[in-house]
Design a protein. Sequence first.
Length: 286
Amino acid sequence: MDSHLKHFGLQERPFEIVTDPRFYYASREHREALARLTYLVDQQSMYFGMLTGEIGSGKSLTRKVFSSQIDWQRHYVVEFENSGFSFAELMVHLLVKSGQQRRDIEAAGGLARLFEAVTILVTELHRVQRRQLVLIFDEAQDLTEENLLHLKRLSNLNGEIEGRITMVLIGQPELREQTASVPPLDQRISLRFHLPNLARDEVESYLRHRLRVAGHATSDIFTPDAAALLYQASRGVPRDINRIAKLSLESAASSGISFVDHAQVNSVVEDLRRHQSLPAVFANRP
């Protein structure tokens, strides 16, 4: 067990960069993102949805929670954790996930055959199982313009009345410009939401939540002034909060103290700034 885990009575690491839904913190904006994505798939008549956010804002963890909450009796969900592959490779992944053999898919060959196989899958899901296909593309800023056009063509598989396929694009802010450059697809994005960073008054609750999930008895380790400095240094970006909080815990444990105060966090922030691991703006913070 890591020394800081034993020191603070933790069962597991609270601030790792993982997409474990247990560590999901439902901030105001994260709850709104989930509500909108859920509405998107429940409507079954909206072709595309788009969730954007800065690096480290919690998009992938939100995706995990979102997909776990979808009604699988009404929807068949396939997630793409990396969207930077060719369209053919993405469709092969979809078909393999649906239970088809990769060797049979690749033996058929050709993009037209892949489209045909996906069309059959969508039709079978709709007519036989009464389920809608939901495709979730993470890191969607890596989709090429050609791939975006192919996704638009996939949306043509929707019926005139009943929706058969909904696609969710999740990516960094530049995704908005990329989709705007492909009007045939951009016009079909029915829902858009940008996930902001945590607000100042949410950081202390965020820290407590993760400590509670990690097994701390009271989740009361970071003092209010430590949480305030964490917000200032991280700009409310969850990934940066995790990094600073983890190092602060280790620093406190090595010093033999049972809490993390402003001085511990400040020491970590100054060290990261010296090594240029934090934006230069924090060099002149008040």
